[in-house]
Design a protein around this ligand. Structure first.
Ligand SMILES: [Cu+2]
Length: 124
């Protein structure tokens, strides 16, 4: 009788270990590929803690691409005082990009959550 219980336990353990290995392999296969960006394109992720990275330093002629990884919509707005650039409201996984031709600093914020702020520094 003891032998039977031992056998059943060993079998269960084997099943468990096997399933765990299968799970590990599956996790690896299902892991998303890292975001590939073209040269000259910097990625800014929007998540529930804001723009990440918050400050981006790029060279003139380079592009910033924002991608919304949050469940809420967000909108990139750059205010110049007299004028402003307003991106469309981005739903989850939507992207918006801008190319910067002028060497200067840009402060921007989210049009929907104005307390969310970011900075772009364009250098030569
Ligand atoms: Cu927002």
């Amino acid at each position: 009788m003891k032998k039977v219980i031992f056998l059943v336990l060993a079998l269960l353990l084997l099943l468990f270990v096997g399933y765990f290995i299968f799970w590990l392999v599956e996790q690896n296969i299902a892991a998303p590929a890292p975001e590939i960006t073209e040269p000259g394109v910097s990625l800014v992720e929007i998540n529930d803690s804001g723009f990440s990275p918050q400050t981006v330093i790029i060279k003139t002629g380079e592009t910033i691409e924002w991608i919304n990884k949050d469940s809420q919509p967000h909108q990139v707005v750059i205010d110049f005082g007299a004028s402003r650039i307003e991106g469309k409201a981005l739903q989850t996984d939507e992207e918006y990009s801008l190319r910067f031709m002028e060497e200067r600093e840009y402060d921007y914020y989210c049009g929907i959550h104005p307390e969310m702020r970011g900075k772009i520094i364009v250098q030569d």
